[in-house]
Write a protein that binds this ligand. Structure first.
Ligand code: PLP
Length: 380
């Protein structure tokens, strides 16, 4: 058992997935659309207390549709968190638009309202406001939604909340992903719940969600023959996949609890360790702790985060650096970036020292003890 690889975050089935898949088989609802899709959309919206959901082939597809629905075109700029996975920003490029990256701040590791305000000041002065702002909730921690929404509202710019990593998290008692004009979830294999691959777009604007379903099924006009007046996509989730999602959603709260317990055990093991700093959970927020993340100060610890990753890899344990900020990616070298302060970028610092530990809800205590022991051995 201890010889098997310990993954960063692996799928954790509830055992009830087969039931919904069988239902689809029994009714021969194998094609996209069907009862599981309708029910999964209803249950997902209900869980998050939002008017509606549209389930799709991926979280990336959901971000793309959100950009289409906010009418982002090649003439536009989109403000976007820099410290994130590339999937947050790729759809901006699909639309031919220009991403402008915004730094993180220390209390949430997410979008800095100060840097965002500076970006808006410049945009206003140049007479070119962004068409949308994409805010990411990294590793399950909500961004400072109050300040961010206030700034964006002031300029009348819609917010797209990339909650791919924060399904089940809360900000002041409200579910993550329900704050912006659109929210995005992912059910990719490594996320807190998974359909093997999939995503969702959520909104209180049911008309917009209707339009998202239209765009996601090749934008077919109401006509008996196949007629099309705008470009569409093949983004709808299949009825089989939605069956997996229904069973996974039933155990989401349990998965949040388990991931938070994983975090707590790491925290208790290393809270006295000088030079280790765990990702904070801002007051008034509840993180799903999708991944336990921390920074390692090599001068205080004696080893770097990369030394720790290497030591863990030798024991067949998966650990990763924090996302490389998008403004540092070769893909985006020509894009504008707003650091938290002129001449100081906080996300660069997180990337330089940050580490994600294996955090799967199906990790056993023995496996976690092995991770902790290996880290202790590496730093002593
Ligand atoms: C996983 C992820 C996505 C993309 O979701 P997919 O379902 O894999 O397309 C987008 N943004 C963030 C922050 C993610 O972690």
């Amino acid at each position: 058992m201890l010889q098997t690889k310990i993954f960063l975050s692996s799928p954790h089935m509830s055992g009830r997935e087969q039931k919904y898949i069988e239902e689809a088989f029994d009714l021969n609802w194998i094609a996209p659309l069907g009862n599981n899709v309708d029910q999964f959309e209803y249950e997902l919206a209900n869980y998050n207390t939002i008017a509606g959901a549209s389930v799709l082939t991926s979280g990336t597809a959901a971000i793309h549709l959100a950009l289409r629905l906010t009418e982002v075109t090649s003439a536009d700029k989109v403000f976007c968190s820099s410290l994130t996975f590339v999937a947050t920003a790729n759809p901006i490029l699909y639309q031919g638009a220009e991403p402008v990256f915004i730094d993180s701040e220390p209390e949430t590791w997410n979008m800095s309202p100060f840097a965002l305000q500076r970006a808006f000041n410049d945009a206003e002065a140049n007479g070119e406001l962004p068409k949308a702002v994409i805010v990411v909730n990294l590793y399950g921690q909500s961004a400072k939604m109050d300040e961010i929404l206030e700034i964006c509202d002031q300029y009348g710019v819609p917010v797209i909340e990339d909650a791919a990593e924060s399904l089940g998290s809360e900000f002041k008692g409200q579910k993550s992903g329900t704050f912006g004009t659109f929210g995005v979830y992912s059910f990719n294999g490594n996320k807190i719940i998974t359909t093997s691959g999939g995503g969702a777009l959520v909104s209180n604007d049911l008309e917009a969600l209707g339009k998202s379903r239209f765009l996601a099924t090749q934008a077919r006009d109401k006509a008996l023959h196949y007629q099309h007046s705008t470009v569409g996509y093949n983004y709808r989730m299949s009825n089989i996949v939605a069956g997996i999602g229904r069973a996974q959603l039933e155990v989401l709260d349990e998965r949040v609890k388990q991931r938070r317990e994983v975090f707590k055990r790491y925290y208790d093991a290393f809270k006295e360790q000088i030079g280790f700093a765990f990702m904070p959970e801002m007051e008034g927020t509840k993180s799903n702790r999708w991944l336990t993340a921390l920074t390692v100060d090599p001068e205080k610890v004696g080893v770097s985060h990369l030394d720790i990753i290497e030591a863990l890899a030798e024991e067949y344990i998966d650990a990763r650096p924090i996302w490389k900020p998008l403004h540092l990616q070769p893909l985006f070298t020509n894009n504008t970036y707003y650091p938290i302060e002129k001449g100081y970028s906080f996300s660069d610092e997180l990337y330089k020292y940050g580490l994600c530990l294996p955090s799967g809800s199906n990790m056993t205590n023995e496996q976690q003890d092995k991770v902790i022991k290996t880290i202790k051995k590496c730093i002593n």
